[in-house]
Design a protein around this ligand. Structure first.
Ligand code: NAD
Length: 328
């Protein structure tokens, strides 16, 4: 692998930035990190990495990005938390161009392995009506009824990876991420996800002395949240492994949004009055990862305790805020 150029698409984003940092730490020498945003806006960038700004929705840009690339990670997508994906379905679906053109370029350049970041949003809505859901198995994606817009794009792109593997022999691997969180990710501006948003809101309440917090929905909706370090480990296991079908990559430590707020409040040492915004985007009632398959395949599943990961995330957002790094 050390001889191959490793291309991280979406390297200016949250997970992509961490992946580049991890690959460097593992001693990978030739890394190309590609993102739509100018490099100055990336969460993490490194001088010994080839940092390239390209719009990967275009075919030629993808061909350029994958030139000489042996290993490809596709983490590029136009995405965000529920507030973004429920209100920007067309934009989310346009990410289909990124994966399509990347697969075509991977075929053209003979890429050795291709990783695609799918999502728990592919799971059928009728399997997620109960907040006490036990866990979504990989087979629960069909019959298909995914999250409108974003989820359909993910499911379609999963299928495309499968058919490029079957028909053209590209070694594609797919993980379905369940809510990834950690430092160096989006924490304000409308695309942030629940853990970062709640850390920020708790910090804002603490700093302003106005001890209340707005929660989207009634707070009883359940989710599981995977710390970034687990995500990175899982990505590499899945990419280098021999499991052909998409695998869940998520924690199975299920909490309600109210419980998530409880944990962040306890980290902050504060209790806030809760205002529930019932008409806000809140997604499905219940979602959790079933980890039987990943355990069976790799003898491992994400295991960082939510409290531990949130302490690190909260501390990072605290420092960002203190340094005045609200960018919008
Ligand atoms: P992110 O928004 O931080 O990173 C995505 C990056 O893709 C951004 O930096 C963005 O600028 C870039 N991008 C968007 N359009 C592009 C284009 N046309 N050309 C080049 N780059 C482009 O998001 P993330 O949390 O790091 O997510 C990475 C991947 O994981 C995405 O595919 C996302 O859908 C998937 N995913 C993430 C989560 C999560 O909880 N974070 C959950 C499920 C799936």
């Amino acid at each position: 692998m050390s001889q191959d150029c490793v291309v991280v698409c979406g390297g200016g984003g949250f997970i992509g930035g961490h992946l580049v940092a991890e690959l460097r730490a593992q001693g990978v020498k030739k890394i190309r990190s590609v993102d739509l945003k100018p490099v100055s806006h990336w969460y993490q960038s490194f001088p010994d990495v080839e940092n390239v700004q390209l719009d990967l929705q275009g075919k030629e840009a993808c061909e350029k990005a994958l030139e000489g690339g042996g290993i490809v990670y596709n983490l590029a997508a136009d995405m965000g938390g529920m507030g973004f994906i429920e209100n920007n379905r067309a934009l989310c679906m346009l990410s289909v161009l990124i994966n399509t053109h990347l697969l075509m370029a991977a075929r053209k350049h003979g890429a050795k392995r291709f990783f695609y970041a799918s999502s728990a949003c592919v799971y059928a809505a009728d399997k997620q009506r109960d907040p006490k859901i036990t866990g979504l198995r990989e087979s629960d994606a069909y019959p298909a009824m995914p999250e409108d817009g974003y989820g359909w794009e993910k499911l379609f792109s999963e299928r495309m990876c499968r058919h490029f593997r079957e028909d053209f022999g590209i070694v594609t691997r797919v993980a379905r991420f369940h809510n990834v969180y950690g430092p160096n990710g989006t924490w304000f501006g409308g695309r942030e996800k629940a853990p970062a948003a709640i850390c920020r809101k708790v910090l804002e309440a603490k700093n302003s002395g106005k001890h209340e917090i707005e929660i989207w929905g009634n707070g009883e909706q359940t989710r599981s949240f995977m710390y970034i370090d687990d995500c990175l480990k899982g990505i590499q296991l899945i990419l280098n492994g021999d499991v052909l079908e998409p695998l869940n990559l998520g924690s199975d430590e299920q909490v309600s949004i109210n419980q998530l707020v409880d944990i962040v409040e306890s980290i902050a040492g504060i209790k806030l009055h809760r205002r529930y915004k019932l008409d806000a985007p809140k997604g499905v009632n219940g979602r959790n990862s079933d980890n039987e398959l990943i355990k069976k395949c790799f003898g491992w599943a994400p295991d960082t305790k939510l409290r531990v990961g949130l302490e690190k995330t909260y501390a990072w957002i605290h420092d960002e805020m203190k340094a005045g790094r609200y960018k919008e």
